[in-house]
Write a protein that binds this ligand. Structure first.
Ligand SMILES: *Cc1c(COP(=O)(O)O)cnc(C)c1O
Length: 354
């Protein structure tokens, strides 16, 4: 294929998401919220005036942006709205990174990070997680073109917590941009969003996909210093000027203003998470303390993880297996409704009794 136009085609390995199997299976493989969006969201969808679709949506997210700003106690100019936090993160990588020093992120984290670096030709280096999948601050304390953390991390569900984040921010003060991907922060005890007011090189991204049961709505956003937000907007306007469509922008507003429903749902998921982790540990699985809406179960060996995964799928229970170094002996299990977890455990216990 030398000298052929084909050699110029994009051929990097893209991100691979979990399967979307046919309905009827127990789906614990892509960290979706097992509960529906709030009744107020369903109502907003029914009440949406379809005639308004004639117009382009608001370029900056409009009322959705205002609602996000209010929720976090920041100004609208500190908020950037995008089509899912994946788009926000991709634009942030393009807008904030690309210097001569490598961007740093853990070797075990969201597998989209290296994909974006390759796509945008950004130099990066991974920082190894420890044996217990935790990170050491010192490992990030070196010249860098940016730092990306996922907090709580994926697929480990481990949150390093505020002291860790503070140490990273202190070291990197006045240096490069620190991005914290908080896709799962709704399920944890800590968010760095409030730190963005005092830390001009901190950008925090959030998603409505997990905590707000709106994965199909594709709503994500970033909070940060106005200069970072302006840079993101410039990147967006060089590519695709519009963020979320008008329908989903209205649903996002409804979701973000229904505190009561989501507090209930998230408490429920946290409760189920605690029970799931405990029950897995009783069966001998190694489960680090989870802070997301999923647990990361060590199965002892690669063969055993693969065998359990296959046995679960055969029984109509989907979890996530990653054929990757350091984590190929584990399964990531999303937290479903209690009755879904019962089906999962029944099948798992069948396997264990073989
Ligand atoms: C799900 C997820 C996202 C992206 O979510 P969107 O649906 O694009 O908002 C980002 N980061 C991590 C770690 C995720 O798991």
């Amino acid at each position: 294929m030398k000298n052929s136009y084909l050699s110029a085609l994009y051929s990097e390995e893209p991100y691979v998401s979990g399967e979307q199997p046919a309905p009827g299976v127990v789906k614990l493989n892509t960290n979706e919220n097992p509960y529906p969006p709030a009744p107020s969201v369903i109502r907003a969808l029914a009440d949406f005036d379809g005639r308004a679709l004639r117009l382009y949506p608001k370029q900056d997210g409009g009322a959705l942006r205002e609602t996000i700003a209010e929720l976090h106690g920041v100004a609208a100019r500190n908020v950037f709205v995008g089509n899912g936090s994946d788009e926000v993160l991709a634009l942030a990588f393009r807008a904030c990174f690309g210097g001569n020093d490598p961007v740093l992120f853990p070797d075990v984290t969201y597998t989209f990070f290296p994909v974006w670096c390759k796509f945008f030709k950004i130099l990066y280096e991974t920082v190894p997680v420890n044996e217990d999948f935790h990170l050491a601050c010192e490992d990030f304390e070196r010249p860098n073109g940016g730092i990306v953390l996922c907090e709580p991390n994926a697929p480990t569900s481990i949150a390093e917590g505020e002291a860790f984040v503070d140490e990273i921010l202190n070291y990197n003060a006045g240096r490069s941009v620190v991005i914290i991907d908080e896709a799962y922060a709704d399920f944890s005890d800590f968010s760095a969003v409030s730190k963005t007011a005092a830390v001009p090189n901190l950008l925090v991204t959030r998603s409505l996909s997990k905590g707000y049961s709106l994965a199909g709505g594709r709503i994500g956003y970033a909070v940060g210093d106005a200069r970072l937000i302006d840079a993101l907007t410039a990147a967006k306007d060089s590519f695709n000027s519009y963020p979320v469509d008008s329908v989903n922008a209205a649903l996002g507003v409804a979701a973000l203003t229904d505190d009561e429903y989501y507090t209930f749902v998230i408490d429920k998921i946290r409760e189920t998470r605690g029970k799931t982790a405990e029950r897995l540990r009783e069966h001998g699985f190694d489960v680090p303390e989870p802070s997301g809406n999923f647990v990361f179960a060590g199965c002892g060996s690669v063969e055993r993880a693969q065998a359990i995964y296959a046995y679960l799928v055969e029984g109509g229970v989907y979890v996530r297996y990653f054929d990757r170094p350091k984590i190929d002996n584990r399964l990531r299990i999303s937290i479903g409704k209690p009755e879904e977890m019962d089906v999962f455990f029944a099948r798992l216990e069948d396997y264990l009794a073989l």
